[in-house]
Design a protein around this ligand. Sequence first.
Ligand SMILES: Cc1cc2nc3c(=O)[nH]c(=O)nc-3n(C[C@H](O)[C@H](O)[C@H](O)COP(=O)(O)O)c2cc1C
Length: 383
Amino acid sequence: MKNLHRRFPCITDMEASAARRMPGFVHDYLVGGLGRESSVRRNMASFDTIELMPRYLSDAPSPDLSVTLFGKRFEAPFGVAPLGLAGLLWPGCEVPLAQAAKAHNIPHVLSTFANRSMETIGPEVGDNGWFQFYPPNDPVMELDMLERARCAGYQTLVLTVDVPAPTRRERDIRNGMSVPPILDARTLLQIATHPRWARHVLRHGIPDFENLSPYFPKGVSLKESAAFVGRVMTGHLSTERVRRLRDAWNGKMLIKGVLDATEAEAYIALGTNGLIVSNHGGRQLDAAPTAVSVLPGIRSKLGPSVPILADGGIRSGLDIARMLALGADAVLLGRPFIFASAAIGVEGGDHLMTILKAELSGAMAQLGCRTVAELPSFLHSSH
Ligand SMILES: Cc1cc2nc3c(=O)[nH]c(=O)nc-3n(C[C@H](O)[C@H](O)[C@H](O)COP(=O)(O)O)c2cc1C
């Protein structure tokens, strides 16, 4: 596509275009939170007050964005967050996003609830891929999924702990958003008036939970399979459960969804290798603190050597710099990768990654900061 940089110089432009291209019920599922959605708003607003102090006397050559996590060097300190139902949000986006992450040499996290399977995405993404795991209640299925992830090439598991129970997302309730979507007159009209999205569904097929479909009873409908997923994938992950999963997984394990510093310490004591500080994009508990507000406390409790990632509301390379200044080693972005895919198509992920690298590099050059590890020293001291 010509003039991508002029048409979509930042995430805001992609977000606006995505909003026009997606049927309302799908867009609501992507951008929504729950309750008053204050957590979604606070995630983004939390960056506004983080000031970084530029210094001009230093002799800074062009900034080095690379970061080493779990023994692997990545080109830049950001990655693609796991997004359930990504293939419904923008049909066909999942393989290109994984390929772009590999090409840019950044982390890519595949959701348990993705619409493309770990067997499809794993080989595309190689050792840039991490598998996000919602452990099922069935121990046989649990071990089988871990074994499949290993066979698909995944060496890093991201265990998400912040979905202990289903949530009530009012936008989705209002829209009848379910799997499969309730096709009433309103939904059908939304689909009919968004032909580009509808064409993508036709081309890529009705999205299925490909990581889970091997376990569905034979011959069940999509609706019954969604009910099956709801039954087997809920519950708190107790200390005992995390310990068992840690023993069962023979690779690196990160915990995603940590907000409390004491719990952060407990997860590391259980033998996990790193954390993703996250409130799930404001989609679980509207009163949850933002990653920005709890990250400094978690970093100071755990010390400098534990790998900590963070996500929620990051919408620019400058926001990445701010999160790193607060103590993260790297960050993830979720919704923006769908905005980019919907706005631009298969090149969307690549374009967004290019923009984020340019923005981060530009911000570091302004600060006089040479490496991402130096960013905390640029945090303005009022914080
Ligand atoms: C539509 C959608 C689906 C998501 N699905 C998952 C998921 O399956 N597993 C998971 O760990 N997090 C999931 N998340 C949370 C994201 O991984 C990430 O924490 C969040 O989107 C970050 O906030 P951001 O979208 O503002 O960047 C989802 C988020 C969205 C918006």
